[in-house]
Ligand binder design. Structure first.
Ligand SMILES: CNc1ncnc2c1ncn2[C@@H]1O[C@H](COP(=O)(O)O)[C@@H](O)[C@H]1O
Ligand SMILES: [Zn+2]
Length: 377
């Protein structure tokens, strides 16, 4: 299904994918850290004798990323990043990187961490994240709706509308708090309660993630039910590995969105399609971790043809050396979607954001303006 492109056409398409306003709904904070930052942090800890720099360097630069390797890597990343100042730094950088490629709405997800040795609680971890969001300098970060005009439109124009004018880029950022599959029921409940406590600070939902080879659905269920009862939107990593019992249970639970859905059997496919639950598609991640045998055989095509609600996402742009623009480019080059179709795909994701209707209205306006500027053709 791959489409051959001449180098100039490829370059033009890549640039178009960068210019396209985009909505990112599935990005893990610690998976989105630049390699250069990880190396710098590893060097600092190496100099202090806390870690052996060369060992870290090799793993950071290595290309193979099987699913078990990813989770070993996250444990290493967390050694590098889990102190308050570094959490603030990486948050600031990650938001800047997404804004730089014209992501106009970003839901960044992260696992609030207790770390006694660093005097860190889940709350203080999140405070460090908030500090990072507020310290982004070159981009207007819209965290609260007070940044909206009374008519609900943005009070500043996103970069992708500017046609070269030297105004600041603008990005909406909302947060999802992740429950790690290694956590206990009580730790998962703490995360949900923290999300509720922080709902006026831009926290819009809960995610269930972590190593899919570990943990039981029943452990997180009480926390997820609690969130559901209080109207907190939920997204769940579903079917990254085959796990019949859990996939059934997740589909029955009916979260607002699902991530991945790689390893579903025929009956589960039917159930997913009839549920119309929007799916966060992570092409590069799924190919690298073996969730799908190849890009060409990725279930994106099946779901897209079935008109299932979809949004393209990066998952871990740092870990997998990708970007949201690249994910759009991959869809064009692998499945032959036209610019108009890619535009509609990006625009469609607005309807699945966890932010409120006012934000949705503003985002719809961003895409309408981009279409008026000729980007939709
Ligand atoms: C590759 N596919 C994946 N599957 C499942 N969970 C994943 C993941 N990629 C990332 N995470 C989850 O996100 C954490 C890192 O970001 P934060 O420390 O929360 O910011 C990982 O430790 C894992 O729990
Ligand atoms: Zn993920």
């Amino acid at each position: 299904m791959g489409t051959e492109r001449k180098p100039e056409a490829e370059k033009e398409m890549r640039e178009w994918c960068v210019a396209l306003p985009k909505v990112e709904l599935h990005a893990h904070l610690n998976g989105s850290v630049r390699n250069s930052t990880l190396l710098e942090l590893a060097k600092q800890l190496g100099d202090k004798g806390v870690i052996v720099f060369e060992d870290f360097k090799d793993v950071i630069m290595k290309n193979s990323r099987s699913l078990p390797e990813c989770f070993k890597l996250f444990d290493l990343f967390h050694i590098l990043t889990t102190d308050h100042d570094t959490v603030t730094r990486i948050t600031k950088e990650v938001v800047g990187d997404f804004a730089a490629e014209n992501v106009v709405y970003l839901e960044i997800r992260t696992t609030p961490k207790n770390n006694e040795g660093k005097g860190m609680t889940k709350r203080s971890y999140m405070n460090a994240v908030m500090k990072g969001l507020k310290s982004v300098e070159d981009v207007d970060v819209v965290l609260y709706d007070s940044n909206l005009r009374t008519d609900g439109t943005l009070n500043c124009t996103p970069m992708s509308d500017l046609a070269g004018e030297m105004k600041k880029k603008k990005i909406y950022v909302k947060l999802l708090l992740s429950i790690d599959r290694r956590e206990t029921t009580s730790a998962a409940l703490d995360t949900v309660n923290l999300a509720i406590e922080m709902k006026d600070q831009g926290v819009v939902g809960i995610d269930l993630s972590g190593n899919p080879a570990i943990g039981e659905w029943e452990t997180y269920l009480p926390a997820l039910k609690h969130a559901k009862e209080l109207g907190v939107p939920i997204t769940v990593h579903c079917g990254e590995v085959p796990n019949r019992k859990e996939i059934q249970a997740v589909l029955d639970f009916c979260p607002q969105r699902l991530g991945h859905v790689c390893c579903l059997d025929d009956e589960e496919w039917k159930k997913l399609k009839s549920s119309m639950i929007p799916v966060e598609i992570c092409l590069t991640s799924n190919v690298m971790t073996g969730g799908t045998p190849s890009l060409e055989l990725h279930h994106f095509a099946d779901l897209y043809n079935a008109k299932h609600p979809l949004s393209l996402c990066t998952d871990d742009s740092g870990l997998f050396s990708t970007s949201l623009s690249n994910e759009y480019y991959l869809v064009a080059s692998t499945f032959g979607l036209s610019k108009a179709e890619l535009f509609r795909l990006a625009q469609g994701a607005v309807e699945f954001v966890f932010a409120d209707d006012e934000v949705k209205k503003s985002l719809r306006a961003v895409f309408e303006r981009a279409a008026a500027n000729g980007l939709a053709m």
